[in-house]
Write a protein that binds this ligand. Structure first.
Ligand SMILES: [Zn+2]
Length: 341
């Protein structure tokens, strides 16, 4: 069995992200200092989970999972121009040989992968629960939409005669919010976000002739995510038509949902309920190393409450009684997993 997390962080990050999971792994090993566990337990500190320096997240775990394309990262460099391949070499790692970690993972033939992490969001706090059971990591569809109308003088062009690209984008953004609300059920929350907007010519006295927005959609269910994307395409087309503009889509990034193992979710729920009295189930918005392990073995994650929902900043924290309960629940999950593996 493998317990994994990461010790790397982001600039000005907090004290729990990643590190909590590695420390919980050591704590799990300590449980067995005087007795032999029924199966071997390995603790892994994955390299470069955050991708904060070179922009590629999950570097170590994707190499072990066989999902790292060396040609895609070979050209990456940090802000000072240092190349990823050279930074790795300084630390005794040969990028071209990183995929060999795959053979190591295969040889372990692990029956389960467990990861404890802080939630990094506000859901457990809103429920006033110290600990949550994670159902999987969201799939993501990320696109850039370019609406094209006609730039025109803002004083001389009557409203009905305009081809305003921004208004089409704005109507689409409102529709995307409704799509997220429509597809959210009590058991499955989904999200749609328009995070960037750019208009041309971008001056106060012109009707925007071009408007570009980003759309980031996330869901745990692949069929729901596909439906959300279809709905968004239809909504953008309708908004474009009613504003007499055109719209083009460009995919920026996509990743499939990674649902966790039902039996381990069950064990995790039991462990959390025994310690905290309740076992809230929630998906993970952020990606984690656990997602890379999903194709290879049964996986589950446990979340600890994040104060004010904050992470990747100095304010990141979890109240001590909540931490204690969560680690106790995690050790219980380890115990249940090794005895049932
Ligand atoms: Zn993390």
């Amino acid at each position: 069995m493998i317990i994994g997390s990461h010790l790397d962080s982001v600039p000005n990050g907090g004290w729990l992200d990643g590190a909590l999971g590695v420390m919980a792994g050591f704590e799990a090993l300590r449980m067995f200092k005087d007795r032999r566990p029924p199966v071997t337990i390995k603790v892994v500190d994955w390299a470069d989970e955050e991708g904060a320096r070179f922009g590629r997240s999950l570097l170590g775990s994707s190499a072990a999972a066989g999902a790292l394309d060396v040609s895609e990262v070979a050209h990456l460099a940090d802000k000072t121009g240092t190349r990823l391949v050279d930074a790795l070499k300084e630390n005794g790692v040969d990028l071209a040989r990183m995929h060999e970690a795959q053979a190591f993972l295969k040889a372990i033939d692990a029956r389960a992968y467990l990861e404890l992490h802080i939630e990094q969001g506000p859901v457990l706090e809103a429920l006033n629960k110290p600990t949550g059971v994670v159902l999987g990591t969201f799939g993501v569809e990320r696109h850039l939409l370019r609406f094209t109308g006609q730039a025109a003088h803002s004083g001389s062009t009557p409203i009905p005669m305009r081809r305003d690209a921004f208004l089409a984008a704005a109507e689409s953004a409102l529709a995307f919010r409704d799509i997220a609300i429509r597809h959210t059920t009590p058991a499955a929350r989904v999200v749609c976000t328009v995070g960037t907007v750019k208009t041309e010519p971008g001056i106060v006295t012109a009707v925007p002739g071009v408007c570009e927005i980003s759309l980031d959609q996330r869901a745990l269910d692949a069929a729901v995510l596909a439906e959300m994307l279809d709905d968004a395409r239809a909504a953008a087309a309708a908004a474009a038509k009613s504003n007499n503009v055109t719209v083009e889509w460009k995919r920026i990034w996509q990743i499939d949902p990674r649902p966790f193992d039902p039996r381990l979710i069950q064990l995790c729920s039991e462990a959390v309920r025994e310690v905290t009295g309740d076992a809230p189930l929630l998906p993970s918005g952020p990606l984690h190393d656990a997602a890379e392990m999903v194709p290879h073995m049964p996986v589950v994650m446990m979340f600890a409450y994040s104060s004010n929902g904050l992470s990747h900043c100095k304010e990141e924290d979890t109240p001590e009684p909540h931490l204690e309960k969560t680690i106790t629940a995690f050790l219980r999950l380890v115990e249940k997993t090794v005895t049932s593996a």
